[in-house]
Design a protein around this ligand. Structure first.
Ligand code: CA
Ligand code: CA
Ligand code: CA
Ligand code: CA
Length: 348
């Protein structure tokens, strides 16, 4: 079974935040893309939301990571380790038309669709240090947006497509920044020695959820998009590792993952999925077992949450109602299956 820590190396926080951008509000249905090692390499798969019809979308010997649906549901972008470095690829949702968008010896990764589907933000170290770039969705017009000391990562578009938030890892912890999509007006939103990371834009564009260790352990916070009004949403004194945040499509709730490594809890090294209302009330643990449970992904109508769990001995995709009831396994394969992402609402 793949350890959570190794998954994190393959799947930047931004990709999880991107799940929040796949909202909509129409019917729960559609399809779920995920990663699977059932063919030996880590590849992008897709299945119906009831678990039927699972099939690989990508081929070859590369190891694929962090697939993301285009806003119209017609394509998926992902990054893949091939030829000793990572590049960004796009495929049609039926598996046809796989196209390489970046082609250079440096690592290119963490692609994020703009809300209108016309552009893709991504990370690259092509200029010697980690920066945020953008390109047209066909790979043309690649341009660097950021240029500063440290390591910029996890680009996430504002819902109106005008700005991109990201995390900058420096010598003294990490902080969250925002920059206009044309590269102008870079603004720092957090400024403290602790780690602040994983920005996730609320569906209405007014707030950004993020993870921070500023209060001695990792918690979920929200702030206004101008960096004011920092508010802690969660209280998990014994937990020491956080992943998230993933907004519900209506913006009312945030799903996240907390991992315990002992610290007073009677279980060591396991994770569970929680939700909290966007005002900090109603913090609720949705999964509660000694296995790893993580990567929550809301259905487009907000009624269900897909997730990954090791509860049956290897990683499988599960789905539950948004209140944690009805936890049901969707995949059943001895190989690891993980990182579910729901297709956008109203599109197949
Ligand atoms: Ca590359
Ligand atoms: Ca900080
Ligand atoms: Ca668990
Ligand atoms: Ca499996």
């Amino acid at each position: 079974m793949k350890a959570l820590a190794s998954l994190l190396l393959l799947v930047p926080v931004a990709a999880m935040a991107m799940l929040a951008a796949c909202g909509g509000g129409e019917r729960t249905a559609g399809r779920i893309a995920f990663l699977s090692e059932r063919d030996g390499n880590q590849k992008v798969y897709v299945m119906n939301a009831d678990g039927s019809g699972a099939k690989p979308l990508t081929g070859g010997s590369g190891s694929d990571s962090s697939p993301a649906w285009s806003p119209d549901g017609a394509r998926l972008v992902f990054w893949s380790f091939r030829d000793d470095n990572t590049d960004i690829y796009v495929t049609n949702a039926d598996g046809s038309g796989e196209t390489r968008l970046t082609d250079n010896p440096a690592d290119d990764y963490a692609p994020a669709w703009s809300p209108d589907g016309s552009r893709i933000a991504f990370n690259s170290v092509r200029d010697g240090h980690g920066e945020i770039y953008v390109m047209n969705a066909d790979g043309s017009g690649q341009a660097r947006l950021t240029n500063q000391p440290g390591y910029a990562e996890s680009p996430i578009w504002s819902p109106d497509g005008s700005r991109i938030a990201f995390t900058l890892f420096g010598d003294h912890g990490s902080d969250i920044y925002v920059i206009n999509a044309d590269g102008s007006r870079q603004t720092r939103l957090t400024d403290n020695p602790a780690d602040d990371y994983g920005p996730a834009w609320s569906p209405d564009g007014s707030r950004i959820a993020f993870t921070s260790s500023r209060d001695a352990n990792v918690e979920i916070y929200v702030m206004n998009v101008d960096g004011t009004g920092h508010t802690r949403l969660t209280s998990n004194a014994v937990d020491d590792y956080g992943l998230g945040s993933v907004w519900s499509p209506d913006g009312g709730r945030i799903a996240f993952t907390f991992r315990t490594n002992g610290g007073g809890d009677d279980r060591e090294g396991e994770s569970d999925i929680w939700v909290v209302n966007a005002d900090g009330s109603g913090q609720t643990r949705l999964t509660d077992n000694p296995a790893e449970d993580y990567f929550p992904a809301w259905s487009p109508d907000g009624s269900r949450i897909a997730f990954t769990s090791s509860r049956d001995g290897n990683l499988e995709i599960y789905v539950m109602n948004a209140n944690g009831s009805g936890q049901t396994r969707l995949t059943n394969d001895p190989a690891d299956d993980f990182y579910p992402i729901w297709s956008p609402a109203g599109r197949r």
